[in-house]
Design a protein around this ligand. Structure first.
Ligand SMILES: [Zn+2]
Length: 229
């Protein structure tokens, strides 16, 4: 995998603007992995998908992740700064194809949800049903909870929780980190910035959009300085 180029970033932004977040995630990966079919990308588990998006984001925008959130207790705005590597599990292993939990002496077998599954369902209950490999019997609340718990423990990147604490009131809480939404906001901001740069350089030098986008970021920056100075 490598960083998204300036023109790839604009393509992802243009395609993704018309899509829902689930499809956007696959659009971002399709541009980064042109050699992998869209079916295979949609067949990744959510954790596998998000690990790849995090890696692509790191190559494109760097390892540092910053943002702001509000303390749920005292409403203080808190600045967050962490590294991609803080979000990765210590040992990344391929998740198993099949999992099981015991229920009243019988075994409930299931698999991990994928992007295809998420696109096909509208709620968590349907998602769980879709991932069952045996049964048909109605599952109890306890069994459902056990299945969900095992799903997130073997595919930890599917549900990243940030451990936060407030410097103002010392409240501690966990907040989910949504890599798809986070990366998308950065792509949108970068795309608008790039288009402004194209506009400035095209106006100053008469170059075409593709000529400007194919400049290295360093050359583009120096020309921008000259065009505006
Ligand atoms: Zn607080």
């Amino acid at each position: 995998m490598r960083a998204l180029s300036a023109s790839e970033l604009l393509s992802v932004w243009e395609m993704g603007s018309r899509q829902l977040p689930l499809q956007r995630a696959l659009t971002m990966l399709a541009v980064a992995y042109p050699e992998i079919s869209s079916e295979s990308l949609a067949g990744l588990t959510i954790g596998q998908r998000d690990a790849r998006l995090l890696a692509l984001r790191e190559m494109t925008f760097g390892a540092e992740i910053t943002g702001v959130t509000d303390c749920p207790e005292c409403r203080e705005t808190i600045e967050l700064s962490f590294n991609s590597s803080d979000l990765r599990p210590l040992n990344e292993t391929e998740p198993p194809n099949e999992l099981a939990v015991k229920s009243n002496g019988s075994e409930v077998r299931f698999r991990l949800p994928t992007g295809t599954d998420l696109l096909a369902v509208s709620n968590a209950e349907q998602l769980l049903e879709r991932c069952l490999l045996n049964g048909g019997d109605k599952l109890t609340e306890n069994v459902r909870a056990a299945v969900a718990e095992q799903m997130s423990s073997v595919d930890p990147m599917a549900d990243i929780q940030l451990a936060l604490n407030c410097p103002n009131c010392e409240h501690k809480w966990a907040s989910p980190f949504d890599i798809v939404a986070f990366f998308w906001r950065e792509i949108s901001a970068a795309a608008r910035r790039l288009l402004r740069e194209v506009h400035t350089l095209a106006s100053a030098y008469g170059w075409t959009e593709s000529e400007i986008l194919s400049l290295s970021p360093m050359r583009r920056r120096v020309y921008l300085e000259m065009a505006s100075g």
